[in-house]
Design a binder for this molecule. Structure first.
Ligand SMILES: *Cc1c(COP(=O)(O)O)cnc(C)c1O
Length: 356
């Protein structure tokens, strides 16, 4: 088979989506499946939908466009604020977008009028993680500006925590979001249907709280794809953590000294731990590198250690195993390794079929 490749088990992705949807439904929380780590792969989107997600979200309009072209039929949300230069294509391909800038909403409105459409807007609120979000004291003005734009429907408020500064979603900040929803509804005499509280980092809070307040949606990517809670980098019990497998081929296998020799300066990539140990190691070279995957995010099988990587090579200590040239080695992936592998044109994507 072709290597390097990413083997993708769509049944496991469907199962993960199904479990999360089922766990959150009793709390009144719907799930938007976030496809951005998979370059908007139609198979992955379809598996999420079979698992019961209510809509799909992606940070890149190109990915939503690809899903439309692949005839994926569901509500699609752009979950990154649109570029001014892309407002036309956003209105054409996304049913809803998250927003923080009045000038962008104004252009979305013009695009929506030109296309004879209505575009739904969620205003993101800054709750402390310091990435996207309207500061709380500017929220009223932002709502007023949005409401006066033709062909724009303000459907709700949202927040995103943890991604930038690691601020944990908790009862306090989620209640703050709920309170803002109530006060906007009161001030403007409107009803906000969508209160999208966050991403996979919200699961700890969402699954344990007795009172989700007004929060009725989460946008979940990593937890569906990798079964992982990004806040604590832990596997979520009951979910598959091995829906994705990275496979690469051995191109050299030799016994070599564990320590390099000669004057040591900089290597091609930083961040390498210096080699430890003495004597010899069984070293294997894989035909895959930083251009294919994030070596730091690969999880080898027991007994195998990743010593380092450059653009096109990974260097392994294979321990006791006698690995031959031509052998294929398999790895688990974290989010960073997954994103790199999905976006690399050198990595073949091999999908298992979904069994309904
Ligand atoms: C990436 C992203 C998500 C999904 O995050 P996961 O940690 O993968 O669940 C949700 N919302 C926004 C705004 C994002 O950028």
């Amino acid at each position: 088979m072709v290597a390097p490749r990413l083997e993708i088990d769509l049944d496991k992705i469907r199962d993960n989506a199904r479990h999360l949807v089922d766990w959150l439904a009793p709390k009144g929380i719907s799930v938007t499946g976030v496809t951005k780590a998979t370059l908007g792969a139609a198979g992955v989107a379809d598996a999420m939908l079979r698992g019961g997600v209510q809509s799909l979200g992606d940070a890149r309009i190109e990915n939503l466009e690809a899903l439309r072209t692949a005839s994926i039929d569901t509500q699609m949300w752009l979950i990154r604020s649109p570029m001014l230069s892309q407002t036309n294509v956003v209105v054409a391909n996304a049913d809803q977008s998250v927003n923080t800038e009045p000038s962008v909403i104004e252009r979305l409105s013009r695009a929506a009028i030109a296309q004879g459409k209505e575009h739904a807007v969620v205003l993101m609120v800054e709750l402390g993680d310091l990435r996207e979000g309207v500061p709380v004291h500017e929220l009223s003005d932002a709502v007023r500006e949005t409401l006066r734009r033709p062909n724009i429907k303000l459907v709700g408020l949202g927040a995103n925590l943890a991604c930038q500064s690691g601020v944990s979603p908790d009862q306090r900040n989620m209640m703050e979001l709920s309170g803002l929803v109530d006060s906007v509804e009161r001030e403007f005499g409107i009803v906000l249907d969508v209160v999208t509280g966050g991403n996979s980092a919200n699961l700890d809070w969402a699954l344990s709280t007795d009172d989700p307040g007004r929060v009725n949606n989460l946008r979940l990517g990593e937890s569906i794809l990798l079964g992982c809670d990004p806040l604590h980098r832990r596997a979520i019990p009951g979910l598959h953590v091995d829906a994705f497998t990275f496979v690469a081929e051995v191109i050299e296998a030799k016994v070599k000294p564990s320590q390099p020799w000669g004057e040591i300066a900089n290597a091609a990539f930083d961040g390498l731990k210096p080699r430890t140990g003495s004597g010899n190691v069984r070293q294997a070279l894989l035909a895959a590198g930083h251009q294919d995957v994030d070596p730091d995010g690969l999880v080898p099988s027991t007994g195998i250690r990743i010593l380092g990587g450059s653009s096109d090579h990974l260097v392994l200590d294979t321990g006791c195993s006698d690995i031959l040239v031509g052998a294929e080695l398999k790895f688990g992936l974290n989010y960073s390794a997954l994103v790199r592998a999905m976006t690399s044109p050198f990595v073949q994507k091999v999908y298992s079929t979904v069994h309904a």
